[in-house]
Design a protein around this ligand. Sequence first.
Ligand code: TXE
Length: 508
Amino acid sequence: MIDPGYNRLSRVVSRMYTPCDIVDKDSVRIHNFIGGEFVPPIGGKYLDNIEPATGQPYSLVPDSDSRDVERAVDAAEKAFATWSRTPAAERSSILLRIAELIDRDLDKFARAESIDTGKPLSLARGLDIPRASSNFRFFATAILHTENEAHVTDGLAFNYTLRQPRGIAGLISPWNLPLYLLSWKIAPAIAVGNTAVAKPSELTPMTALLLAEVCREAGLPAGVLNIVQGTGPNVGSPMTAHPKIGTISFTGGTVTGRKVAEACAPLFKKVSLELGGKNPNIIFADADLDAAIAGSVRSSFANQGQVCLCGSRVFVERPAYAEFVRQFIEKASQLRVGDPLETGTDQGAIVSKTQLDKVKFYVDLARQEGGEIALGGSAPVPPNDRCKNGYFFPPTVITGLPVACRVNREEIFGPVITITPFDREDEVIGYANDTEYGLASSVWTQNLNRAHRMAEQIHSGTVWVNCWLVRDLRVPFGGMKQSGVGREGGEEALRFFTEPKNVCIAKN
Ligand code: TXE
């Protein structure tokens, strides 16, 4: 039976189609999704869910605790017995149905994502939500095309490898790309026969709730996916410490990632950590400058710079430096900071007051470190009356900073980039690698040999040449150094969420 509170929420979510609908916060309680039911948190506590564009609460998120995690683990454990033995073709068709329903409800999902995160509706509609359905579609079909290895041991034996689901997967995701990243974890985990306990960020709970609704409609058996909403300490931490959750896939900040690693290590859990980045974006003088500028504006400011793959350190070869900076600033200053729900908005709101304060802190630090604010740098005029208390910050460009200063080393995670000139290839490789992070990089050049040399020598999990954010779902994805441990994506994800078992049969 659907909980009456949930019905009410569904109505409110539908009403969110009207941009300026101010919802009485007491009437909207998001629920957990456990064992196929929408249930309130056992402790009955809730947190305000703030809309970043207005700075006002518009719903309540469960402030769940270890009892809710326990309940979800019980449901996931019960479901595992059947789901892990369900034929791949059946699992596949349910996941395909989930993808279809996300596509059907694109507008509803996109609006909820935009309201929750502050990102432009057009971005949620064009990128986040379509990627979520692609994730389900990709892994639904991937499991129909797997192979098992066999090894013949001379005249002695024949070995083959079974790859079996590992049990309950704990999936913890951040606020910047809520459904995009949550579905990137859920889809492979359940496709291969695991059951899951998932925890979205407490800042952006809404699309996970809508996903639960869609999973139920698609016929996903009860307990295969459980969603427990709440904070890191109260929900994430009990998940990483739970002995029955043997697999943890986490995306978030590096500091939190370290805590997750510490909690998982004594229990020997299988862990994948996708963490922060301080990605170099390198432009050589021989690059197609128009393409490099357009690509760099995107890689600097997409989603208000809140993408772990954003290129926040831009390095430009000296002969092209002045022209690059001039044209980059001209283009970036045309980005329209506005109400995320309005057409024509390029830059929405920053996800929270805390994140906005962090961005401001780093801009002040840049001034102290000797940087020149070439664009932006202070809060803009609110785009409209509805957004007068929203968390807005304009695209900001800083020049003249030393490569090794804090602003050039620490992850800001906002619409703030630095631009630095360089003279030689070996010099810029040194700059690119002079960071604790190693997630992604971009190189813009027409010289193919140079592109290969750079790709070989940059320490990052992904190197884009003359592009940014081209994401083929089959390729390995992850970071080096403090950007993470392990790889997900395609075959890597299928392997991460399964346990290889060698079966050795004597020849006679
Ligand atoms: O993320 P957290 P926060 C970076 C970015 C940002 C900083 C902090 O620089 O300023 O991290 O952001 C859950 N055990 N990125 O604090 O805490 C949490 O509830 C288990 C980069 O908002 O890393 C959420 O679901 N889980 C990044 C998830 O971890 C815990 C995206 C991520 O939140 C936990 C987001 C704990 N002890 C922030 N504590 C990227 N690289 O994509 C928190 N969580």
